[in-house]
Design a protein around this ligand. Structure first.
Ligand SMILES: Cc1cc2nc3c(=O)[nH]c(=O)nc-3n(C[C@H](O)[C@H](O)[C@H](O)COP(=O)(O)O)c2cc1C
Length: 411
């Protein structure tokens, strides 16, 4: 069998075709208005990514319920109110033959306490001590609320399709609500939604089935799933593979593999072993194993930095898509350059401030790259070498301002 190349198209189980093997992973843009409507900046941003050659663009997390935000200025997709701005976004991001899928999310307990007074989760499990000044201990969801959230995922997916997005992705990774249900650390319920793995995965299966029912069989539905939570008593690799297998059997179109949570941020490359770093991508071992169990397309995200690393991963057969986050936040045209034959090493480097608390969490990376994404959205050039302390101070000021505005609107 010939080995696939980065510029080769790929067919998904639903019948859709993606034109090449580059996938832009979700990166929260926080470019919505304070009352969570899409803005024209999103169209400018995604046009730039579409023109840069990426075949599959996945939006930053879009919330399914305005009462539960991950960050201020998230976009919320829960009714037809502001669908026109969302349509512009979808149109811009599907230029040049690109796919643009919406990542749908509910943060559960991972919502800052300044934004949501009473967060919800499968169980009322507090955060680890270092994070308690940012996040409240959540309240346990009732069964009626769980069923409502499942419906909301389906409804938001239907709206995304109506607005012109070409697929949806469930955010099932990084410690948000879907991933909280899967984890026996965060989910300590004793009803049909907790306990055995079969019960803990009931939520994500129901979410998937509701979405599928709303969008039909010929529309791409994906999930971003943790290969593991890297938390004591949390979601393990074996459990993750079980969940992936079940979803694949139900008709999932693409499994994106990541890992970690705010409490253990493996998705940013913090804590990864040196042997893993040498292979660039953090979750290739998992991909190689799950490949033996399922045949749907895979996208490994996290750590890809060179054209050689990307080609090797694809040639190894471990992944079908090269998932890219931070590299595309600095260089939106990276895929075009690689497909033109350039030898490429991304300018992404670890963002360090020298302040331990910031450097040990995913916070610094997120703030730095969110700002760079904002520059592309304004039609400006990115600044890969910007001073990280300045970037952090500016981000803190902006987040405080936006959070206060959001609070006033919600009061
Ligand atoms: C600014 C920023 C925002 C992010 N927002 C999201 C998000 O909304 N949803 C998600 O699944 N992952 C999010 N991530 C994680 C990325 O999708 C990706 O998994 C991670 O950055 C590792 O890939 P990379 O090494 O190519 O950057 C975000 C990362 C960054 C840097």
């Amino acid at each position: 069998m010939t080995q696939p190349t980065l510029s080769q198209p790929i067919d998904l189980p639903c019948g859709a075709t993606v034109k090449n093997r580059f996938g832009k992973s979700a990166m929260s843009e926080t470019l919505g208005t304070t009352d969570n409507r899409a803005t024209s900046k999103l169209a400018t941003l995604y046009q730039s990514w579409a023109e840069g050659g990426t075949g599959l663009l996945i939006s930053g997390n879009v919330m399914i319920d305005r009462r539960h935000l991950g960050e201020p200025n998230n976009v919320v997709l829960e009714n037809e109110e502001s669908l026109d701005a969302i349509r512009q976004w979808a149109k811009a991001g599907t230029q040049n033959g690109a796919h643009l899928w919406v990542q749908l999310n509910h943060p559960g307990k991972q919502t800052p306490k300044l934004l949501t007074k009473q967060s919800v989760a499968p169980s009322a499990v507090p955060f680890k001590a270092e994070l308690r000044s940012y996040f409240n201990t959540p309240r346990e969801l009732t069964e009626t609320e769980i069923l409502d959230i499942i419906k909301r995922f389906g409804h938001s997916a239907a709206l995304a399709k109506k607005a012109g997005f070409t697929g949806v992705q469930i955010h099932g990774a990084h410690g948000y609500l879907v991933s909280q249900f899967l984890s026996s650390h965060h989910n300590q319920r004793t009803d049909q939604w907790g306990g055995s793995l079969e019960n803990r995965m009931r939520f994500v299966i129901c979410v998937y089935e509701e979405i599928r029912q709303q969008v039909g069989n010929d529309y791409p539905v994906s999930i971003k799933l943790n290969s593991a939570d890297f938390q004591r008593g949390g979601f393990s690799e074996d459990e993750s593979m079980e969940v992936a297998e079940q979803l694949a059997n139900l008709g999932l179109d693409l499994l994106e593999i990541s890992g970690g949570t705010y409490e253990s941020p493996e998705m940013t490359g913090l804590n990864v072993r040196d042997s893993t770093r040498q292979r660039e991508a953090y979750f290739l071992d998992y991909a190689q194993k799950i490949r033996q169990r399922i045949s749907i397309p895979l996208m490994v995200t996290g750590g890809f930095r060179t054209d050689a690393g990307m080609r090797d991963a694809l040639a190894s057969g471990a992944t079908d898509f090269i998932g890219l986050g931070r590299p595309l936040a600095l260089e939106p045209d990276l895929p075009n350059r690689i497909m033109a034959g350039d030898k490429v090493t991304s300018v992404v480097k670890p963002i360090r401030t020298g302040i331990k608390m910031a450097d040990d969490s995913a916070m610094m990376e997120t703030m730095f790259y969110t700002h760079q994404i904002g520059r592309i959205a304004k039609g400006k050039k990115t600044k890969p070498h910007e001073n990280s302390i300045i970037s952090m101070l500016r981000a803190f000021a902006l987040i405080t301002f936006r959070t206060t505005k959001t609070k006033r609107l919600r009061a």
